[in-house]
Design a protein around this ligand. Structure first.
Ligand code: ADE
Length: 233
């Protein structure tokens, strides 16, 4: 998979070359390229923002650098998916991550300030599929942190990135429930014992206990997930 990130703070993404995603890049499974939006400005100050038409607080990102950057990174790409992280977008979930993990080419456009000139989204739709995606109902200073979260969630689903694919199946959100609790040695630690069933060797009983734990946790912490599953059924 090819991923291009456009940002005025490219160094935010240095961490993405570490660990799992770094190995995926070394192995040629993931081709990640982070580009500075200011490279597509043509004035001395490398200006990317300006005051909003109609007045109001803050600055708006100018369309020209975005247009040139999007033209360049999507040139020759058949079906790019162009993602703008935004608190005004659809909410990112594991389902979104799965859907995006099978695309050939993702472009992330990280906005800053009060947002990006609206015409950029219209223009981007002529180059590929455009998605405005929110990490959740809170406001970040820009799209960089949201992009990092999405690239990690998507990247680890690409076949070959996570060494043992079984570990992807049994985690929170994969079956609409939260993950069951895990324990390792020692069997007693600071007077706290591991639940007996996990030491029993009875695989049926262990599976049943884990399922019950998943349901109980989800009921307690995330009842909205159970309601959503009921509505789907
Ligand atoms: N940019 C600012 N806030 C955001 C959020 N909640 N999700 C994605 N991008 C954002």
């Amino acid at each position: 998979m090819r991923i291009d990130v456009l940002s005025i703070f490219p160094s935010y993404f240095d961490g993405l070359t570490l660990s799992l995603l770094g190995k995926a890049q070394d192995a040629g499974i993931l081709d990640l390229s982070v580009r500075d939006l200011r490279d597509w400005t043509h004035d001395r100050h490398r200006t990317v923002d300006d005051t909003p038409y109609g007045g109001g607080a803050g600055m708006v990102m100018k369309p020209e650098p975005w247009g040139l950057a999007l033209d360049e990174v999507t040139a020759g790409s058949e079906h790019p998916t162009i993602i703008f992280p935004s608190p005004a977008g659809e909410v990112f979930t594991q389902k979104t991550a799965r859907e995006l993990s099978v695309r050939d080419h993702l472009v992330f456009g990280c906005g800053r300030y009060e947002g990006i000139d609206e015409r950029v989204f219209e223009y981007a739709a002529s180059l590929g599929e455009v998605r405005l995606i929110s990490l959740g109902d809170y406001v970040l200073n820009g799209g960089e942190v949201a992009t990092m979260a999405m690239v990690e969630a998507i990247g680890r689903l690409i076949p070959g990135v996570v060494g043992n694919p079984d570990s992807l199946v049994e985690e929170s959100h994969e079956d609409g429930l939260l993950e069951y609790p895990s324990y390792t040695k020692p069997s007693v630690w600071r007077e706290r014992a591991v639940p007996d069933v996990l030491l029993s060797g009875n695989h049926g009983a262990i599976a049943a206990w884990r399922r019950e734990q998943q349901l109980e946790r989800t009921r307690r912490r995330r009842p909205d997930l159970l309601r959503a599953a009921d509505a789907d059924a």
